[in-house]
Design a protein around this ligand. Structure first.
Ligand code: GLN
Length: 549
């Protein structure tokens, strides 16, 4: 049977529970243990798929098509293993299951209550992955902050498990903040004391405290926290602000977080951590040889979490190319024909981001046109790919009103149209084309060069598609569909062979980029941007495709 580590958060949100959980998991994995991480979110949405990116950041999609919290992206990027439907549970999912059971008569005669029925269902989900036999350790991150009304049933479930499971099968890590008061030149432990007290009032006692801090904790502070919070001094872990999240596993290694957990869980069969690859990656990341500037054209740019996986993919790809990728956010709503040159000046590559709805669309199309006409490396993802198709239809083929029916239902040239299977869809939640699908790549294409194969699988999240009625027109005018779904013929990749680097993909390659396996498209895109950056201004316009790959 697997062992369980619960990670709770106190004092404030955004302390980085996901990164701490992922870092601990990485260390345990590097010591030879089989680890997975799951996230339990206290909100009532069944999944974050229906949430606006402004509300909750990016929606991460798993191989099996679950729309999940963006922390699952961190788990995958750190561990280089896939998560699934089972790794993200919300209050909505818990209640839905319990209410369905009630309706089908499973509780007949009984009053259905938060305790025990909701907490039983939470516990079932907490233990589920551990029962598959695939993992030695399951780390469960509890979303929200201790003291929130909505996370109470989750904390109560942890309390019950702390008593029900043998002592060496369960432990709790509590993440808190130790603020530094500049005026007093002092670290303050009171918020941590209060937060542990609140957790204890709910019956849960933490075994380890991970303290986020700007300044080193020092022996006295550690002793004080240990004394007031009833944890061993060695279990007070300092989590200093790091220059990159990828450094956190090494910080936690230094603090012996992994060893403390192994001790508490009575696990003796482990090896010295093998983190060679990780350290190599970190070195490349921290000491780049040059810099490229990429324009990220999107409409949610005020909130960086909205494009989390894309930004992390750039970091992975930058390290591979030994360059620093500086991402310049360009708000698509404010790009016009008049200012496009000025807005995109100095960029070495252009990524047009995924998205939904009409806002900012024309700016995206204008940006694509600029990249196409100026040999600027272009990479379009999902909606970004669809915009490159519309731009080409309008400005090269000459279909002036070409559009996507997502934005203009009445267009006479719907070059992007609703997928057939989507036409009957009424419910919004979990009904897009989601998860992994195969794609066959054309021989001799840029995509084949990049992937080094003609058969790939990538993850999807969309309702609209390239309208194959127009395919011949596109191909004869120079835009090629170089990736198609093998059975349906759905266009997954478009390219402009006469452009040095112009590629649009209907899928989301950013969702599969990990530290160990950076997404090939991002790596090549950054390589192309690097080349573009290196050639002098006058040569840029005469760059040939092969020069950049
Ligand atoms: N809105 C587009 C669609 O549904 C693109 C989605 C996306 O970019 N993820 O097809």
């Amino acid at each position: 049977m697997a062992k369980y580590i619960f990670v709770t958060g106190g004092v404030t949100s955004s302390l980085g529970k996901g990164i701490i959980a992922a870092s601990l998991a990485k260390l345990l994995q590097a010591r030879g243990l089989r680890v997975t991480i799951q996230k339990l979110d206290p909100y009532i949405n069944v999944d974050p798929g229906t949430l606006n990116p402004y509300e909750h950041g990016e929606c991460f999609v798993t191989e099996d098509g679950a729309e999940t919290d963006l922390d699952l992206g961190h788990y995958e990027r750190f561990l280089n293993t896939y998560t699934s439907q089972a790794n993200n549970v919300t209050t909505g999912k818990i209640y839905q299951t319990v209410i369905n059971k009630e309706r089908s008569g499973e509780f007949l005669g009984k009053t259905v209550q938060v305790i025990p029925h909701i907490t039983d269902e939470i516990k079932r989900r907490m233990l589920l992955l551990g029962k598959t036999g695939q993992f030695d350790i399951v780390i469960t991150e509890i979303g929200g902050t201790v003291g929130d009304i909505e996370s109470l049933p989750f904390i109560e479930a942890v309390r019950q498990l702390q008593w029900e499971l043998p002592e060496d099968k369960v432990m709790v890590i509590h993440l808190t903040l130790v603020p530094y008061l500049k005026a007093a030149k002092e670290l303050k432990t009171k918020p941590t004391q209060h937060s542990v007290k609140m957790l204890s009032e709910n019956g849960v006692h933490p075994d380890v405290l991970v303290c986020r801090t700007e300044e080193p904790l020092g022996k006295d502070i550690r002793r004080k926290i240990a004394l007031f919070c009833n944890v061993k001094q060695e279990a007070v872990i300092e989590a200093m602000d790091a220059s990159t999240i990828y450094e956190v596993p090494l910080l936690m290694l230094r603090e012996k977080l992994d060893i403390i957990c192994l001790k508490k869980l009575n696990i003796t069969d482990y090896k010295d951590p093998n983190l060679e690859k990780w350290k190599l990656y970190l070195d490349k990341l921290k000491y780049p040889k040059s810099k490229v500037t990429i324009g990220l054209i999107g409409k949610y740019i005020e909130l960086q979490d909205a494009y989390k996986s894309i930004l992390e993919s750039f970091i992975h790809a930058g390290a591979m190319n030994e360059v620093k990728v500086q991402v310049v956010n360009v708000h698509s709503e404010f790009i016009t024909d008049e200012n496009v040159e000025e807005k995109l000046d100095g960029l070495d590559g252009l990524l047009v981001a995924p998205g939904f709805g009409a806002r900012g669309i024309e700016g995206k199309i204008t940006a694509v046109k600029y990249a196409r006409e100026n040999n600027l490396p272009f990479f379009g993802i999902c909606l970004g790919m669809q915009m490159s198709v519309i731009e080409f239809a309008r400005n090269v083929i000459g279909l002036a009103d070409a559009h996507s029916t997502e934005m203009d239902k009445k267009t006479t040239n719907p070059v992007i149209d609703l997928m057939e299977e989507q036409k009957k869809v009424k419910m919004m939640g979990g009904t897009m084309r989601l998860g992994t699908f195969p794609c066959t790549i054309a021989e001799g294409s840029l995509a084949e060069k990049i992937y080094g194969t003609t058969e790939i699988t990538e993850r999807h999240r969309h309702r609209w598609e390239f309208n194959n009625d127009y395919l011949e027109q596109f191909e004869s005018n120079g835009m090629k569909a170089t990736g198609r779904h093998p059975e349906t013929g759905l266009v997954e990749i478009v390219e402009l062979p006469h452009h040095p680097f112009f590629i649009g993909v209907q899928y989301h390659p950013e969702l599969k980029s990990t530290v160990e396996k950076p997404a090939p498209l991002f790596v090549s895109f950054i390589a192309a941007a690097k080349e573009y950056n290196e050639v002098s201004g006058s040569q840029k316009s005469s760059l040939l495709r092969d020069a950049l790959i």
